[in-house]
Design a protein around this ligand. Structure first.
Ligand code: GDP
Ligand code: CA
Length: 337
C-alpha cells in the first residue's frame, strides 16, 4: 500500500510512529512543512523536517518532542557571550542544542554548495533512516509570517502611510518569532506563507500524491502545518484529486498541545474538530476522525460530504496511536470502495 502524509512537526511525528507500527509493509512518503523554516545565525533551520526525522530515526528528545535527545547548549551559550556589548547579537529566543547545530550546519553547507533542500534532507535521512521517504514540500524558500493585531493606541491614522514591513500599524513577524518568542500571546490578525504561491513542489511530491492509495492528514496544525503545505497551489490541486482522511488535532474545543487555537482564530476558524473539517471542506477532505468527545460532528449537517468517525484520539502510547492510524486506513479503504 502507498500512503502519503502531509506533515507538520510533533503531532505528525507521533502519528507517523503509530502508522509505521500499524502498516510496516506500506510505502510511506512524508511531505514535510517548510513554512516553519527560519535562518538563525546564518543557518537554515527546518524544525518540522527535523522533528519528523529525529522522531522516526530515534534521535528525538522525548521530553521536549523536538530537538535532539540529551543535547547540551554550549554553542548557544558561547554565541550569547559574544553578544554582550560587542555590537553583534544573534536571536536569543530560539533554543538550538549542540547536536542539533550539526544538522543545521550540514543542511546549510549543502545549500551553500548549490544543492537543494530535498537533497540535503535525503542526505540527513541517510543517517537517521526514518523508515519513510521524507521530502520537503518545496525546494523554494517559503516562510510563514504572522500579522500581529494592532495594539490599542497603535491604530493607523486614516491616510497615514504604512512603514515597510508593516500593514498599517500592524507588525509582521516570522511565525517562529510569534510562536516561540511571543508564545502567541499577541493575537494574530492574519497568517500567510510568504513564497508559497510561487513555490513549485519539490521533486517527488506530486508523484507521491498521484501514486498514493490514500493521503493522510495527521493531527497537525491545520493552519501553519497542513495549511502551509496546501498553500503551494500545485500540491493542493493534486491532493484534491485523491482520497484524503484526516485526524483532528483539536479535541473538546482545544488543541491537545500547543496553541493551534491562536492560529485558527487568525483565519477566523473556531477551534473545534467540526470547524476544522468544515474549513478543509468536502472538496478536499473525504474522511475525518474526531475524538469521542466530539462525536456530535459525526451527524453534523455542516460536514455533509465528509465521513466522520469518532474514537479516542489521544496519542498516549504507541498502541493507542497505531489504533488511530488503523482507523484512518480503514476509513480510507471504505471511502475508496
Ligand atoms: P508542530 O509543527 O510541532 O506544532 O506539530 P504539528 O503541526 O504536526 O502538530 C501540532 C498539533 O498536534 C497540535 O494542534 C496538537 O493539538 C496536536 N496533537 C498533539 N498531540 C495530540 C494527540 O495526542 N492527539 C491529537 N488528536 N492531536 C494531538
Ligand atoms: Ca511546526
Amino acid at each position: 500500500m502507498r500512503i502519503t502524509v502531509l506533515a507538520g512537526g510533533v503531532g505528525a511525528a507521533r502519528f507517523l510512529r503509530g502508522l509505521k507500527a500499524e502498516a510496516p509493509d506500506a510505502d510511506i512518503t512524508v511531505i514535510g512543512n517548510t513554512g516553519d523554516d527560519i535562518t538563525l545565525f546564518g543557518l537554515h533551520v527546518s524544525p518540522d523536517l527535523d522533528t519528523v526525522m529525529y522522531t522516526l530515526g530515534g534521535g528525538i528528545s522525548e521530553e521536549q518532542g523536538w530537538g535532539r535527545d540529551s543535547d547540551t547548549f554550549t554553542v548557544l551559550a558561547e554565541l550569547k557571550a559574544y553578544g554582550t556589548g560587542s555590537g553583534w547579537s544573534g536571536p536569543d529566543w530560539f533554543n538550538l542544542g549542540d547536536k542539533d547545530f550539526a544538522t543545521h550546519i550540514v543542511r546549510t553547507s549543502m545549500l551553500a554548495a548549490g544543492q537543494s533542500l530535498s537533497a540535503a534532507t535525503a542526505a540527513l535521512c541517510q543517517r537517521w533512516q526514518p523508515g519513510v521517504r521524507l521530502i520537503p514540500m518545496t525546494d523554494d524558500r517559503t516562510e510563514t509570517h504572522v500579522v500581529l493585531a494592532a495594539e490599542p493606541g497603535q491604530a493607523t491614522q486614516p491616510g497615514q502611510a504604512a512603514a515597510p514591513g508593516q500593514a498599517g500599524a500592524r507588525r509582521i513577524v516570522h511565525f517562529q518569532e510569534w510562536w516561540v518568542r511571543l508564545h502567541a500571546s499577541v493575537p494574530a490578525a492574519d497568517i500567510f506563507v510568504e513564497g508559497a504561491a510561487q513555490a513549485r513542489p519539490a521533486p517527488g511530491v506530486l508523484e507521491a500524491i498521484a501514486a498514493a492509495d490514500v493521503i493522510l492528514f495527521p493531527p497537525s496544525n491545520p493552519v501553519v502545518s497542513i495549511g502551509a503545505i496546501l498553500a503551494v497551489p500545485a500540491i493542493a490541486e493534486a491532493v484534491r484529486a485523491k482520497t484524503v482522511v484526516g485526524v483532528s488535532p483539536i479535541i473538546g474545543g482545544a488543541p491537545v498541545r500547543g496553541m493551534a487555537d491562536a492560529c485558527l482564530a487568525a483565519i477566523g476558524v473556531p477551534a473545534t474538530a467540526q470547524a476544522v473539517a468544515a474549513h478543509y471542506g468536502p472538496g478536499l477532505l473525504n474522511g475525518w476522525l474526531v475524538d469521542e468527545q466530539d462525536k456530535a460532528a459525526v451527524d453534523a449537517p455542516e460536514l455533509a460530504g465528509i465521513t466522520v468517525r469518532a474514537l479516542p484520539l489521544y496519542m498516549t502510547s504507541l498502541a493507542t496511536t497505531a489504533t488511530i492510524a488503523r482507523a484512518a486506513l480503514d476509513l480510507a479503504q471504505e471511502l475508496r470502495g
